[in-house]
Write a protein that binds this ligand. Structure first.
Ligand code: PGA
Length: 251
């Protein structure tokens, strides 16, 4: 995969199947600039229905989570193969809500990355610091460690198929967006870490998305930053008009 402009909508635990269909249908009725890819990421039970609605070739279907084992006695879990068979192309791994409420460690996230890549899907790997970590000026090294622990076992060709989403935990669902200076600093740092481990060619192929209260009124400023390749959008992705405006926020 080469570096792309991507806007992914993480619907989280929202929308019934009927509401998912309405939202996906509304988004598919609009044209999207040819340089941009949108990803709709509904709850598991609506993936098949949303995939059916995604008739626009620039709108892909994603999943919010996956289990790393291939199959077996894991009640309630969903495998990468099951997602692949539904036509899923992108899978969020390591979202801070999974880390916080479901005790996902860097090691678990690393196994999930492997499971997604093994089925030729693209992991959207989430990283980001808590407010206390930023207040102690440890945010750069903290995010670097998250990336090292969950991604740096990959080969150069594998990591080029990973999308990284930087989501400062203090900005998610809070209405507090990181400033453009904070976002660019972190995105550049992430790209530099990948360049040092692999090469600058590899680092330049990776899409790095920003997430955390990204809205129609701040998306353009964030997407114009040199190391920002798009966004992972929560709340604003549930309103078709808002999500469409964000998709159209690239300069
Ligand atoms: P938010 O969520 O846009 O509602 O802040 C972002 C995310 O959690 O991906």
């Amino acid at each position: 995969m080469s570096r792309k402009k991507i806007v992914a909508g993480n619907w989280k635990m929202n929308t019934t199947q009927a509401e998912s269909i309405d939202l996906a249908t509304a988004l598919n009725s609009n044209a999207i600039h040819q340089s941009v890819m949108a990803v709709l990421i509904p709850p598991f039970i609506s993936i098949a229905a949303v995939k059916n609605c995604n008739t626009n070739s620039q709108i892909k279907t994603g999943a919010q989570n996956v289990f790393f084992e291939k199959n077996g006695a894991y009640t309630g879990e969903i495998s990468a193969l099951m997602l692949k068979n539904l036509g899923v192309e992108y899978v969020i791994v390591g979202h801070s809500e999974r880390r916080q409420y479901f005790n996902e460690t860097d090691e678990i996230v690393s196994k999930k990355v492997d499971a997604v890549l093994a089925e030729n899907m693209i992991p959207i790997f989430c990283c980001g610091e808590l407010l206390t970590i930023r207040e102690n000026n440890l945010h750069l090294s903290y995010v670097q460690q998250q990336i090292e622990k969950s991604l740096f076992h990959l080969t150069a060709s594998q990591i080029q198929n990973v999308v990284i989403a930087y989501e400062p935990v203090w900005a998610i669902g809070t209405g507090k967006t990181a400033s453009p200076t904070q976002v660019q600093e972190m995105h550049k740092h992430i790209r530099n870490c990948v360049a040092q481990k692999y090469s600058s060619d590899v680092a330049n192929e990776i899409s790095i998305l920003y997430g955390g209260s990204c809205k129609p009124d701040n998306a353009a400023e964030l997407f114009a930053l040199p190391d920002v390749d798009g966004g992972l959008i929560g709340g604003a992705s549930l309103i078709a008009a808002d999500f469409y405006k964000i998709i159209n926020s690239f300069s």
